[in-house]
Design a protein around this ligand. Structure first.
Ligand code: IMP
Length: 200
């Protein structure tokens, strides 16, 4: 069975991506199955560039086909920030708590209680023979200052779609409306075609 490595160290992303690929005829691995690996340098200017960098890098390091996601939050009142810098919005040792604190600080500084925002996701599959597939997804919502819910990860407790935050949704609900869900569903369709060809 073909092996595909999900090239992320983010546990939230890993959970969502593993769930999406559960019915594909592939063995899904994670980077932790390969012990210590160097970190890819994500110096792209777009989500797409960074996803390509990670998928190619980890394909080369593991010798297996890889799928990498690059994603982030764009807040209208902050001119689209943090964007590709979402993971390190609050600095080099950022985590979800410090990033969310920084988000609240920036909303305060902008003098607003909430702002239109979106999540973006670029997903890249890179195979050992150089085959590459890109899919993308977007989720529109509003970031507000009041946190609600404990599911999800990252900015989810502050990201409202309708009158609920994504952190108040189940994994399945998030998968149905999120940026990563959209990119993953498109990717599963594309992979079915590719794997179908491989198997025949
Ligand atoms: P990346 O690992 O460089 O792609 O960074 C992605 C960062 O964007 C994460 O660390 C989160 O801060 C944020 N992010 C991306 N997708 C989501 C999501 O689905 N929910 C909440 N935060 C997200």
């Amino acid at each position: 069975m073909k092996k595909i490595v999900i090239a992320t160290k983010n546990k939230g992303k890993l959970r969502e991506m593993t769930n999406a690929f559960r019915d594909l005829p592939v063995k899904v691995l994670s980077l932790s199955d390969f012990g210590e690996l160097p970190e890819a340098v994500e110096d792209g200017k777009t989500f797409e560039e960074n996803a390509r960098i990670k998928a190619r890098f980890y394909c080369e390091k593991t010798g297996c086909a890889c799928i990498a996601d690059d994603s982030g939050l764009e807040v209208a009142v902050l001119g689209g920030a943090p964007g590709v810098h979402s993971a390190r919005f609050s600095g080099t040792h950022a985590d979800d708590a410090t990033n969310n604190a920084k988000l609240l600080q920036e909303l305060e500084r902008a003098g607003v209680e909430e702002s239109p925002a979106d999540y973006r996701c670029a997903l890249v599959f890179h195979d050992v023979d150089g085959t590459e597939i890109l899919t993308e997804g977007r989720c529109d919502g509003v970031v507000g200052k009041i946190a609600r819910g404990t599911n999800g990860f990252g900015y989810d407790p502050y990201f409202y779609v309708g009158n609920r935050t994504i952190a108040e949704m189940s994994l399945e609900e998030k998968d149905g409306i999120s940026h990563r869900g959209e990119a993953l569903h498109k990717m599963v369709e594309r992979l079915c075609d590719v794997l179908g060809e491989v198997n025949t």
